[in-house]
Design a protein around this ligand. Sequence first.
Ligand code: PMP
Ligand code: GLN
Length: 389
Amino acid sequence: MNPRTPAFPSKTPNMGTTIFTVMSALATETGAVNLGQGFPDFGCDPKLLEMVTQAMNEGLNQYPPMTGVAPLREAMSAKIQALYGRHYDPVSEITVTAGATQAILTVILAIVHPGDEVIVLEPCYDSYVPNIELAGGVVVRVPLTPGTFRPDFDKIQAAITPRTRAILINSPHNPSGMVWTREEMLRLQDILDPTDVLLISDEVYEHMVYAPNRHWSAAQFDGLAARAFIVSSFGKTYHVTGWKIGTVAAPASMSAEFRKIHQFNVFTVNTPMQHGLARYMADPRPYLELPAFYQHKRDLFREGLASTRFRLLPGEGTYFQCVDISGLSVPEKDLGEAEFCKWLTTEIGVAAIPLSAFYGDGFDQQVIRFCFAKKDETLKLALQRLARL
Ligand code: PMP
Ligand code: GLN
């Protein structure tokens, strides 16, 4: 016998390891304060833990319905109705997913035929492009306006062809923190109106928007909602990124196609957490109070950085703060964003994410992203270290 692992051609020869894994590993190895990967370093509300534990103790531990447990779909439907004024039928229009990452991949697998074009607005979250490629789609990259990261509608319009199957948008935006205005959503609605282009609206940071800005959901616009898969994630809203639970809301015919793939992708999502979340959602305060909670952290972090040579970019939403590094006096600022972030982690003791990781061609504009979803003491320690710059 000659036991050997057969060689096989990689399906994804150019796919590396996600930057979030790389930078978190480096932060752990070097003992740096990890402001790279987006996740809180504080716990969630103990009440939520109690509710999940209670669901487990009640024996709610077997497969739930394929579309998610009814109370959670109903709670999501009620929340969307209350916040955005649109009714999504919990039976046929809301599906519980294993987080937004699975939701987006499943949407793309459900709608993209080989050769279909899908528009992404760069910089964009790093799973979008590999997802489209896995589905055999053609990625059409449209840059957000350099400097402001606002959507450029002339460029979006010009990118639409008869082969465009979908456009992916993300507001509040990771990595820039930019939040689409009502006028921008209306503009997109006008552009899409005469087309058959579907919309994937990644709204995972919907509850992290700072006054005077506000979140505009695709659900609030008739013309967008009629063609939209709206993606949400409980991980962001309730400080439980490791739980990996989210939802997709979409018109019934679109949800039906989504569910065909969902059932053979994950089939279902863990039961007790769905029940716990559904019960916890009876009280809207946790998500209504989230902007104030994070605005305090954003302001603390921005004020701390104001005395450094980092130039702050606007922070309208999300738990990310981008900074321009071109004014720093250290020579390492010219190493390129990725090398600079490694240097910052190993030598200064603060991990960050290079914006180039959100561009297909690695576009480098000397901007890096920090995550401020951290205890105040963690932010203060990071600021102390960054003060050296
Ligand atoms: N979309 C964006 C824009 C994100 O920042 C994230 C965060 N990781 C996700 C999707 C994925 O969310 P989840 O952890 O629920 O899979
Ligand atoms: N969304 C988070 C971020 O942008 C992390 C997600 C991940 O680790 N894949 O940092």
